[in-house]
Write a protein that binds this ligand. Structure first.
Ligand SMILES: O=C(CO)[C@H](O)[C@H](O)COP(=O)(O)O
Length: 243
């Protein structure tokens, strides 16, 4: 995270630095997972060390927990926090309703629990994450290992029943073995191409036995901060945009 940054990393760090300004003394803050969230954790660590910022962070993955501790952030569990003032996280896609696809990093289960237990959720992103219609990014679905193949079959049948455009599903791999989440589960990525009715898809998927949680975040995000490589920032509130 040092030296000459690529334009994408610069954009992510610009968004993260702006979001870090929303964290105030005494807050309990959900810390997201992924490359953009890593910039946030880095910046918050700098604020802790340089400005004496005092807040407690609830990480959404073992990766983020390790980084947060490394940079000097006080880490607590969600149960210790009870409730959160704010969660800041990345996203794989967001649309004009601030509906999100998350889980590209495989952490959407903890991310959704943490975001849902927060007064406010801010998403940080580069401009490539903004879409007119969700679904070009594969929708991650966390499933328990038991009965994996029958769960995958039921998901595929549900996609046919909902008449969703793309219906290809793929078990996420980590080399030769299935990817394993922090909860010991697996992820099936749904290549839908286009998500028309996010609410319907989310509800139907979560009703299938074996499915733990899907990566659609609906009515959770309050603000998206988009960073640009030239240091500009766009703020997407529900229904309006500002800089
Ligand atoms: O949902 C996530 C992890 O589960 C990430 O927030 C999402 O994948 C975006 O990651 P990145 O900032 O690396 O593009």
């Amino acid at each position: 995270m040092t030296g000459e940054l690529s334009p994408a990393d610069k954009a992510k760090s610009v968004a993260a630095n702006r979001a870090a300004g929303y964290v105030e003394d005494g807050m309990r803050v959900g810390l997201g997972t992924g490359s953009t969230a890593a910039w946030l954790v880095k910046r918050l660590g700098e604020r802790v060390r340089a400005d004496g910022l005092r807040f407690r962070g609830v990480p959404t993955s073992t990766r983020t927990a390790a980084q947060a501790r490394d940079v000097g952030i006080e880490v607590i569990t969600l149960d210790e926090a009870g409730w959160l003032d704010l969660t800041i996280d990345g996203a794989d896609e967001f649309d004009s309703d601030l509906t999100l696809i998350k889980g590209g990093g495989g952490a959407h289960l903890q991310e959704k629990i943490v975001a849902r237990a927060s007064d406010r959720m801010i998403v940080i992103a580069d401009a490539a994450k903004e879409v007119e219609t969700l679904g070009a990014f594969p929708l991650p679905v966390e499933v328990i290992p038991f009965g994996l193949k029958s769960t995958q079959k039921l998901i595929e049948e549900a996609l046919v029943a909902m008449d969703v455009g793309g219906r290809t599903t793929a078990l996420r791999m980590n080399g030769d073995a299935p990817f394993v989440t922090d909860e010991g589960n697996h992820i099936i990525d749904l290549h839908l191409q286009r998500i028309g009715d996010a609410r319907q898809i989310s509800t139907v998927l979560n009703q299938i036995p074996g499915v733990v949680e899907n990566g659609l975040f609906i009515d959770m995000c309050d603000l998206v901060i988009v960073g640009h490589a030239d240091s500009r920032v766009d703020l997407h509130h529900l229904g309006k945009e500002s800089t």
